[in-house]
Write a protein that binds this ligand. Structure first.
Ligand code: OKS
Ligand code: ZN
Length: 347
């Protein structure tokens, strides 16, 4: 297993997120990734590698060029409004909901932040672009590794901020660049004709779904907390099956809060069967471990030992595999749980 880890992930360190009308400390912290690195080193899992520089042309075929350009310059634009802004992260405060125009881009900074985002829990910081771009590079390198002649069967983009909530032109849910989608596109470009993305994070991968919703070459499957009660609320229902060329190429498997491994693993089996039926040439696993019983913001009941079994089942697909790192906030146990998936998958 080759593990491309983001050496500048900690440049993204949000100070506060909006929660119930108050600014509270961010759940998505640099420590999360350090625990994973420590667990992998301690258990001798994988070869840790640094990424090359990000392929912006590829990133701009998954995200819109104007969104990528917005992310790259947002912090400079923010500080240009007032130098004192450097002490405060960017949080959106106004959004173009139903009935507003989406075909214009106001010059006002707050308006542009709202145009390119969907929630107020996702601070954009001084180092967000640098960290997110290096994370996308990890995803691209992992995809190129598993498709190279003589390459490993599996590789991981070990990075944060995570990616699966980010759409073609919006950030939210702690996500800015959709690493799983970028890995899938890199696999396509490297010759895989059909790619599946299996999202096992507790939260629906709305960004990934929306990026590929009208494409038939990338199957998106997500197992997640029922959006009737769980974030991101407005997407992730079972009746969303894809449209146009993508009809049938999206599968949502929502499960009730409180779900334990015995039930969760049946949904996993259903997802794996769909990937086999799709005849995927390669697979991306959007790996969140916020399905863990100890997770502070999620409500499934997986135990640490269960992640070994998850890894074994994923390996049984027998496909070139790229893992991306998504959620998981029981920080001290995130390392154990990710390491268990990778160990179960086989080194
Ligand atoms: C409300 C909670 C926001 C949840 C964000 C979910 C992040 C995540 N402020 N996605 O996979 O883990
Ligand atoms: Zn999550």
């Amino acid at each position: 297993m080759q593990i491309f880890h983001n050496p500048v992930h900690d440049k993204h360190a949000g100070r506060q997120e909006m929660f119930r009308g108050k600014l509270v400390p961010c759940h998505e912290t640099p420590a999360r990734l350090e625990y994973v690195l420590d667990a992998l080193r301690e258990r001798g899992i994988g070869n840790l590698l640094a990424p090359s520089s990000p392929d912006l042309d590829l990133i701009k075929r998954v995200h819109t060029p104007r969104y990528v350009d917005f992310l790259a310059s947002a912090w400079q634009d923010w500080v240009a409004l007032d130098p004192a802004n450097a002490d405060t992260d960017i949080l959106p405060s106004v959004w173009p909901v139903r009935g507003f125009r989406h075909d214009i881009e106001p010059t006002n900074f707050a308006a542009r932040v709202g145009l390119f985002s969907f929630d107020s829990g996702c601070p954009l910081t001084a180092g967000t672009w640098e960290a997110a771009a290096a994370g996308a590079a990890c995803a691209i390198d992992a995809a190129r590794a598993v498709t190279a002649a003589g390459g490993p069967r599996a590789a991981m983009a070990l990075t944060r901020p995570p990616g699966h909530h980010a759409g073609a032109d919006f950030f939210g849910g702690y996500c800015f660049l959709n690493n799983a989608a970028i890995a899938a596109q890199a696999l396509r470009d490297a010759g895989a004709e059909r790619v599946a993305i299996l999202d096992v994070d507790y939260h629906h991968g709305n960004g990934t779904q929306s990026i590929f919703y009208e494409r038939g070459d990338v199957l998106t499957v997500s197992i997640h907390g029922d959006p009737t009660t769980e974030y991101p609320f407005f997407l992730g229902y079972a009746d969303e099956r894809g449209e146009g060329a993508g009809r049938g190429a999206n599968l949502n498997l929502p499960l009730a809060a409180g779900t334990e491994f015995a039930t969760w693993t049946q949904a996993l089996q259903q997802g794996l069967s769909a990937i086999q039926a799709f005849n995927a040439d390669a697979v991306v696993i959007a790996l969140g471990v916020d399905t863990y019983e100890g997770d502070p913001i999620s409500k499934f009941k997986l135990k640490s030992v269960d992640y070994l079994e998850v890894g074994r089942k994923l390996a049984n697909l027998g496909l070139p595999t790229v893992f991306t790192m998504e959620g998981g906030y029981a920080v001290a146990d995130v390392g154990i749980n990710v390491a268990n998936v990778l160990e179960g998958h086989g080194r």
